[in-house]
Design a protein around this ligand. Sequence first.
Ligand code: ADE
Length: 248
Amino acid sequence: MKINVMTLFPEIFESYLGESMMKKAIENKILDVSLYNIRDFSENKHKKVDDYPFGGGAGMVMTPQPIYSTYKQILKENNLENIRVVYLSPKGKTFNQEMAKSLAKEDNLVFLCGHYEGIDQRVIDMIVTDEVSIGDYVLTGGELPALVMIDSISRLIPGVLNRTESYEDESFENDLLEYPQYTRPRNFEGLEVPEVILSGNHGKVAEWRLRQSEILTEKRRPDMWEVYSSRKLEEEKLKKRKKRKKKK
Ligand code: ADE
């Protein structure tokens, strides 16, 4: 996957992408990230990228020209006529695991990071395909949200994690939060690992984990619990219907 980032602060990305899983994915050529400094594309003699908002108001607005020129350059360098452009903004659709999965299927993506009070709406209308927020709070810029998205999307690309099982059991799969995990030592400061985990009985372990996931989800995420429990109910009804049919 090729990820192109449009930002005024490319250095923010360098440190995060230079560590751990991201670094490995890039080294193994599973992921390729190109950083574009929007300021480099400003046609203003002082390389200005923002201006006062028409109609008044607090703060500065990013001007359309440098952003549009950066976008054109990305198209040119990737030999593309159009590309999916994600604009990070608190006004966007809220990011979730389903969106991460859908974006992980793309070969080429652009992340547009805004700063100041926002971006001139005309360039958003011209190039943005997805306006995305990472949650109901306001940050100073789109760089952290872009990194959050890049991280969660990349780990879904085959080959980035070691085993497919690594994410089959985790939170948000099957509308459940993940069960608690334990490792050595068996006794830590007087706290024992739950007996069933040590039993070696895979069926019992799976049953216990599912129950823990259910308890946690019901307590913490009533929104997810509603989806999960109605799905489970439907599945049980279907099973009963099939059983009755067999008997006949
Ligand atoms: N920019 C500022 N706040 C943001 C948020 N919550 N999500 C995405 N982009 C943002």
